[in-house]
Each structure stands twice: as C-alpha cells, then as structure tokens.
Design a protein around this ligand. Sequence first.
Ligand code: SF4
Length: 241
Amino acid sequence: MLRVHSIETFGTHEGPGIRLVVFLQGCNFRCLYCHNPDTQSATGGREMSSDEIIELLQKQRPYFKDKGGLTVSGGEPLLQRQALIDLFTKTKKTGFNVALDTNGSIFDEDTKKLLTVTDLVLLDVKHIDPVWHLKVTNASNEPVLQFAKYLEEINKPMWLRYVLVPGLTNQKEFLEKWGQHFAAYKNIKRVEILPFHTFGFYKYKELGIKNPLEGVLPPTKEEIQGAFGIFKKYFKEVYIR
Ligand code: SF4
C-alpha cells in the first residue's frame, strides 16, 4: 500500500506528455522553500493499492498518446520505495511509461531495484555546496550526488532540476559548480530551472507553522536569465519552468 497525499490527473510538468501524477505523503527533507509543506509529515494522506492507481491510469490511457504515463512525486517517493517497486513493475507490465520525481536522498539496494522498473528520473539537486545544501534542506547532498552518479553509470534518462531562490540558491559560483559537476553526464535529457514562487505560502498559514521564507520575493527576470545563461554553458537543453 502507498500513502498518497493527492493525485493530479492531467499533469503537464512532471515528465513528458500528459501524466497522472501521484503525490506521496512524507518527506525526509525540510527545504526552506518547500511549496508543499503539507506533504512533509509521514502521517495523513490515504492508503492506495497499486491496482487502484493502475485503474486510474487505464481510465486516462486515451489522453497519454505515445508520451504520457505515470509520475510519482511527493513528498519524497523513495521513502516508500518497497511499495513503489510493486506499483512500477505492474504499471510497466500494463504498458505505461513511468517517471520518478525525487530528491534522490535514499540510495540503497531497494532504490536500485526500483530504478530497473523506472523509465525516467526527475532529480532535484537542490544545492551543489554541502554546507548550503544542509542549510537549505536540513540534509546532506552526499547521497543525492551518489544517486545521480549511479543514474549516469546505468545510463538512466534523467531530467535534472534546480529551484532558484534569491539568497539561497542563486550564488553564481555555485551555479557554475553545479553545471560543471554534471556537464559530462550523458544521461541528462534536459535541465529545468524552477524559479521560486510564493503560491504555496498560504499552506504554511493553514498548517499554523512558521514560513521560513516569509517576505522573500521570487527571482527577477534578470536573475532567472543569469542562471539560464550559466547552465546553458554546460547543457544543450535548458528550460525555465
Ligand atoms: S524535498 Fe520537496 S517535498 Fe520535501 S521538503 Fe523539499 S521541496 Fe518539500
């Protein structure tokens, strides 16, 4: 059984084509800029079986055409990797394309097994500098970089993503380092810049928790273009979302 926070039936951002996006409950990071703080707690949400999710996919099949499929996002999906192995294995047998949207922080044998039944990984590498990564997410980036390296070794298609936040992740020297770190990876199909926004701020109020970025504004057009220019030096396909 999977603990599901919510489901989006016509997702267009979490992988190619039109997708069923399943957001799982629970996250091991505490990103200062989290847009979905309501997914962080391991409790809440509702339990769903693989078969129930596949039934939803079957209903949507006509809309997927040749590109669409299932994306599992979060929260952090790897926290439920054993149950995901079952879901992805069954989903692939039914002929759907499967994507995993992750922070890449749990790298073990089960994660490796899950990757054998995953077509595409959307990986957020939230900061290249270990000290800043810890500050931004309250977790180390070491397993994330190991995970990324493994994806490269097994040539698993990957979309690499970066949330651009003024004052936290927009330091030019670290954007350069981020680009240099991944420049030679042959499995990267695209790089996406996700400019920080404030649409999720109301959720902090609803949850009655302090919003650590209260008052921080989204990056300006110039800041976004600056990051784009840096990444463009290292990657062919760079998109701003
Ligand atoms: S990894 Fe995603 S869901 Fe988890 S805290 Fe960070 S932004 Fe929020």
